[in-house]
Design a protein around this ligand. Structure first.
Ligand code: ADP
Ligand code: MG
Length: 540
């Protein structure tokens, strides 16, 4: 007979010395309360779930052998018992159950406390146990300590009947512990990978949509949710083909294996927001070149497109600017001389009471050309405002007086409402009058022969400390599309219009750090609002 390991002999001696009665069932002195047990089971959750997986395999491998597998923590508390139900029942009757601590002092010689103490696999067969009731049992215990898994330690033990004793259970358990550690690490790695993918997908400033080979959506990231206004949970497993206009591209991808790159798409989502997207779509193949699904990604380039548009506009301005500078030089000087001579001629003709045919018309036409040139230059290269301290009421009154003859001629009522204390402005009065004239002139033209009304009002905005000038007419009004274009140079809806008046005015207001805005309704009328900062003595 093999000699018994000394730790076994010593353990039994300790039990004897402690006065344990080998003929009686031991009474566990340390038992976890329900909540303590739950807490510990949660802490060992991953180990327990992996242990269950491997225990099931051992149990099915040894399905003719009645056995139980116990998992304990590092203090020997039993956290789980898997296996044969009748054996579990029997163990409960002897006091061995989930939640108790298998320490030597109370429970006698056992594989759990000994393998924790000796830090190695231990087997105790039959009367190797101290207690008589265990002399029919063969027990095997293997400690574990997973340094990579938060240093969690404990034991895995097998208990079976002595007639089934063999060298296998111990090596099975040792293998199980190794496999458990590997499995847990693998699961953690997978989880980290999963988390990483999740973070990457959902922090990306690109929309990602993935489908299976039938076009059913399997991935829909947060950015895609934002752009489309669809929620992931609502579109998962739904067909991508109904998702306009992305769907039709993915249809081609899945049908023909086609690839799309840098397609510019415009979509309007459920909330009515319009986006311009740069879109790619391609098929996904597995290792055997079988089509698995489709992948689509898109970036929001709405802002970029907007910027491009602005650049184009400003390029247009600067091109016009260069042209205008040359234009003004070449035309203005001869024009001034022609107009001067023309005036001279007219003066002389009047004195001699002669008549120069069409002289008035010619002079008017020359004035028109002169205005065109001046406007052109002003718009393209607005001169720096020659600012003076002016009273808003005065500038407005002078402008209104200037326009009155025209309004009377057209049967238009021109009313003013300047009932506020005098508002000082630091402005170029000539340029500012030009703005008011342009806007009032437009109002007159918008009313046409309809006998309408124009109201020019001045107020002080208490919040922004600005003078607010409003010019309201009940003329033709504008469509939304027209409103969008009125600032563009040369935009006009008039047969003989130049389309420069408002672009010049906007420029002038901008140079004065003011604001100009418009609201209008086709067939109803138009309201222009101009805000100019009020000058304070301390501003000087
Ligand atoms: P123009 O008067 O030479 O056409 P503007 O730049 O002054 O050029 O105006 C551009 C266009 O804006 C006009 O042709 C007209 O269509 C529109 N518009 C401006 N003001 C009004 C207004 N008060 N009512 C209706 N349409 C207007
Ligand atoms: Mg005009």
């Amino acid at each position: 007979m093999e000699t018994e390991p000394s730790y076994l002999v010593e353990s039994r001696n300790r039990c004897k010395a402690a006065g344990l009665d080998p003929a009686k069932f031991p009474v566990p002195a340390h038992v976890l309360s329900h909540s303590q047990l739950i807490r510990q089971q949660i802490k060992y959750g991953e180990i327990l779930s992996v242990a269950r997986f491997f225990s099931d395999r051992i149990l099915s491998l040894l399905n003719n052998t009645p056995l139980v597998i116990l998992i304990t923590d590092d203090a020997g508390y039993i956290l789980e018992i898997y296996g044969d139900e009748s054996m579990k029942m029997m163990m409960v009757q002897t006091g061995i159950t989930i939640g108790i601590q298998m320490n030597e002092k109370d429970m006698g010689t056992n594989v759990i406390s000994l393998s924790l103490q000796e830090r190695k696999p231990i087997e105790i067969i039959g009367d190797g146990h101290y207690h008589h009731f265990l002399h029919d049992s063969a027990c095997y215990g293997v400690p574990f300590s997973f340094s990579d898994i938060n240093g969690l330690a404990g034991t895995v033990a097998i208990m079976t009947s002595v007639q089934f004793q063999s060298p296998f259970p111990l090596s099975l358990l040792s293998n199980m512990v190794d496999s458990m550690e590997r499995e847990i690490l693998l699961r953690r790695k997978n989880r980290t990978q999963h988390l990483l993918t999740h973070i990457m997908l959902n922090t990306l400033r690109s929309g990602i949509i993935i489908t299976d080979k039938f076009g059913s959506i399997t991935e829909f990231n947060q950015f895609a949710e934002q752009i489309t206004c669809y929620e992931k949970k609502d579109v998962l497993c739904q067909s991508v083909f109904s998702l306009e206009p992305i769907g039709q591209y993915l249809f081609e991808v899945l049908r023909q294996g086609e690839k799309f790159e840098d397609v510019e798409l415009t979509i309007t989502n459920g909330s009515g927001q319009k986006f311009i997207l740069l879109f790619d779509a391609l098929p996904i193949y597995d290792d055997h070149h079988e089509l698995m699904g489709a992948y689509a990604q898109f970036r929001d380039i709405t802002d970029r497109c907007e910027l491009e548009k602005q650049v184009i506009v400003s390029e247009k301005y600067s091109a016009i600017g260069k042209m205008a500078a040359g234009f003004a030089h070449e035309i203005r000087n001869p024009l001034t001389s022609i107009m001067g001579f023309m005036q001279l001629l007219m003066e002389r003709a009047r004195k001699t009471q002669q008549e120069i045919p069409y002289a008035d018309i010619m002079y008017l036409e020359l004035q028109r050309v002169n205005k065109l040139v001046t406007d052109f230059v002003l718009m393209a290269k607005p001169s720096v405002p020659d600012r003076k301290l002016c009273i808003a009421q005065n500038v407005l009154t002078e402008t209104v007086q200037l326009m009155e003859s025209q309004t009377i001629l057209n049967g238009i009522t021109l009313d003013t409402d300047f009932h506020t204390e005098p508002l000082p402005l630091f402005i170029d009065p000539i340029q500012m009058k030009q703005v008011f004239i342009n806007v009032i002139q437009n109002a007159i033209e918008a009313i046409g022969s309809r006998r309408g009304r124009i109201v020019v009002s001045l107020k002080q905005d208490p919040h922004t400390q600005c003078a607010v000038i409003q010019i309201h007419d009940n003329g033709s009004g504008m469509t939304e599309d027209e409103i969008k274009h009125i600032v563009n140079p040369f935009f006009t809806t008039k047969e003989d219009g130049l389309g420069l008046g408002l672009s010049v005015s906007y420029r002038i207001i901008e140079n004065h750090k003011g604001k100009i805005s418009v609201s209008s309704e086709k067939g109803v009328g138009t309201l222009f609002t101009i805000q100019l900062p009020i000058h304070h003595a301390s501003d000087c």
